[in-house]
Design a protein around this ligand. Sequence first.
Ligand code: ADP
Length: 182
Amino acid sequence: MNDQHGFTLWFTGLSGAGKTTVALALEKELRARGVKVERLDGDTVRKSLTRDLGFSKEDRDKNIERVTFVAKLLSRNGVAVLASFISPYRETRAMVRAETTNFIEVFVHAPLEVCAQRDVKGMYAKAFAGEIPDFTGVSDPYEEPLDPEITLHTHEETVEQSAAKCLTYLEEHGYIPVAESA
Ligand code: ADP
């Protein structure tokens, strides 16, 4: 059986908005359904494929360009790609859309105050103290998606509800088989 459709589920949003958390939940569910899936995550990719890059606009764009190359190869070969990157620039995300197969933009939204309160990686405290010059949402821009396929409001939803929104979208668009018993 090989009727799997490749797609690129692209999670964009502020640090701490919930991109990684939702992608992990989805990865688990998709694997349980027998879907071939690869997760690409900003934190891990920046320690390997793009460890030479920083956070200037130029370097952020290069980071996404390289990741896009990987997502393109995978998605066109039938793999479900779950990509979690802040990816703050609209123009750059438009480039990813054009390059990859079945691109689905997921705006992972939570107010800046909520992300800062969660401070998952302890970075907002440093950013507000002026110790991180290019921190998205604090000292660097984030351009919200204008017309995303999916919007998650992670301050109002559980992780399961956010993941379910993505699964429903994927099922409704025929990208994954519908779960046998709901
Ligand atoms: P990001 O990958 O966007 O930087 P993380 O996934 O690392 O964000 O952290 C998000 C935090 O928000 C986690 O502590 C997670 O448990 C919490 N959270 C609360 N509700 C949700 C939700 N609906 N979806 C995702 N994360 C949520």
